[in-house]
Unconditional design. Structure first.
Length: 352
C-alpha cells in the first residue's frame, strides 16, 4: 500500500531561472524508509517542504493515503496532513523538559492516553531517565532522539527528516543511524529523509532517489544504485568507479585495453557504450590467462583495503588506468598486476 505518491511535481521560485524541482515522481510504500539524496541546491529539501505542506507545487499532484493533499485545485494545510517533522536543528522548546517536548503534540488527547503514548515512545527511543532534563542538558544525539520521539508520539502517517545527522559528530553518527532505523522499524513508521551523505543512505534507507539540479536521476534500493547506477553522476556520487569506453561485440565488450568477455545479455540497439566497474569488482590473479596485465603505478594503504592504480598499455592510443581495491595483505611488490573484472558487476551507463 502506498502511503505517499508524488506525480510530476514541479516547483520554480521567482528568483531562479530553473525549476528547483522538475517533474519529480516517487511512490512510498507503508513502512519504507526513503532517502532523497543530492548535492546542496538539488531540490531535495523543497520536495520535503512540499510533502509537509510548507510549499505548494506549481504543477503535479501529492497524495497521502490515496487522498490528494496538493493538486487539482486542492490544498490541505500542514496541520491536517498527519505528517511528523524532525528539523535539522531539532527545534526543541528550550524552556520545556524532554517529557514536555514529547507530549506537546498530544495535548488534544486524554491525559492517560497521552501519558501511555509518551511513555511508549520514550522507551523505544532509549530516553528513560532523561524525562526531566532540558534541551541544554542533552547531547546532540539525545536531542536527535527527543526530536524523533516528539515527531512520532502522535503516530503520524509519515515522518520527514531534514538532514538528520548534520549536527552530530562523526564519532556518534554510525550508532545514531542504526538507532534511528531501529526505532522507525519497531514503530512500523514510514519515513523520508534528505541527505547529501551516501553513508546515511546505505545504513538507513530501503529506497533512495538521487537528484541533480531538480531532476530525478534514479530511484532504487541503495544496493542496486551502487552496483548499477543509471549514469556517471549517480555512479560518482556513491564512490569511485572505473569508466571504460567499449563497443558491443558477439563475445562481449571491445575496450581500449582488450576484450571483456561476458555471457550476459547485451543490448542490440547500441554499439558504443560506457562501462562502469567498481574498484572492488576486480579479481587479482597470479598469472595472465584470460586476464588484463597492468603496471602498478600507485599503491595506497587504506586500512581495510589497498587501492592500486594500474596502467594498461593501449597500442592504438592512450593507456587506460584502472583503480582496483584488494586485500591489505596482498603482496604488491611485483611491478605487474594481473586482474579480471567480475562479470556480474559490469554496468552499462546511460550516458551518451
Amino acid at each position: 500500500m502506498n502511503i505517499l505518491e508524488l506525480t510530476n511535481i514541479t516547483k520554480k521560485f521567482p528568483e531562479s531561472q530553473l525549476p528547483a524541482v522538475n517533474d519529480f515522481n516517487i511512490e512510498v510504500i507503508k513502512g519504507e524508509i526513503v532517502a532523497l539524496l543530492g548535492e546542496s541546491g538539488c531540490g531535495k529539501t523543497t520536495i520535503l517542504r512540499m510533502i509537509a505542506g510548507f510549499e505548494i507545487p506549481d504543477m503535479g499532484q501529492i497524495k497521502l493515503n490515496n487522498e490528494i493533499v496538493s493538486g487539482n485545485g486542492i490544498f490541505r494545510e500542514p496541520q491536517k496532513r498527519r505528517v511528523g517533522i524532525v528539523f535539522q536543528d531539532y527545534a526543541l522548546f528550550p524552556h520545556k523538559t524532554v517529557w514536555e517536548n514529547i507530549t506537546f503534540g498530544l495535548f488534544r488527547l486524554p491525559k492517560e492516553v497521552a501519558r501511555e503514548k509518551a511513555t511508549k515512545i520514550i522507551t523505544l527511543s532509549g530516553l528513560q531517565g532523561l524525562e526531566k532534563r532540558y534541551p541544554h542538558q542533552l547531547s546532540g544525539g539525545q536531542k536527535q532522539r527527543v526530536a524523533l520521539a516528539r515527531a512520532m508520539a502522535p503516530e503520524p502517517e509519515l515522518i520527514l527528516f531534514d538532514e538528520p545527522f548534520s549536527n552530530i559528530d562523526s564519532m556518534r553518527k554510525h550508532q545514531m543511524r542504526e538507532d534511528i532505523r531501529e526505532i522507525i522499524k519497531k514503530t512500523e513508521a514510514t519515513a523520508i529523509f534528505v541527505t547529501h551523505d551516501t553513508r546515511d543512505v546505505m545504513t538507513i534507507a530501503d529506497k533512495v532517489s538521487v537528484l541533480r539540479q531538480g531532476k530525478l536521476m534514479q530511484t532504487d534500493t541503495p544496493e542496486n544504485i551502487y552496483n548499477y547506477p543509471a549514469n556517471a553522476y549517480v555512479a560518482d556520487f556513491f564512490g569511485k568507479t572505473n569508466y571504460i569506453k567499449a563497443k558491443i561485440s558477439e563475445d562481449g565488450y571491445e575496450t581500449p585495453m582488450g576484450m571483456i568477455k561476458t555471457n550476459a545479455p547485451l543490448p542490440a540497439s547500441i554499439d558504443n557504450v560506457l562501462l562502469s566497474i567498481r574498484p572492488e569488482e576486480f579479481t587479482i590473479k597470479s598469472e595472465g590467462h584470460n586476464c588484463f596485465c597492468g603496471s602498478i603505478v600507485k599503491e595506497k594503504f587504506m586500512g581495510e583495503y589497498k587501492e592500486l592504480t594500474c596502467k594498461v598499455e593501449n597500442p592504438s592510443g592512450e593507456p587506460t588506468e584502472i583503480v582496483i581495491y584488494t586485500s591489505p595483505t596482498v603482496d604488491c611488490s611485483s611491478e605487474k598486476c594481473y586482474f579480471k573484472p567480475n562479470e556480474g558487476k559490469i554496468n552499462i551507463l546511460n550516458d551518451e
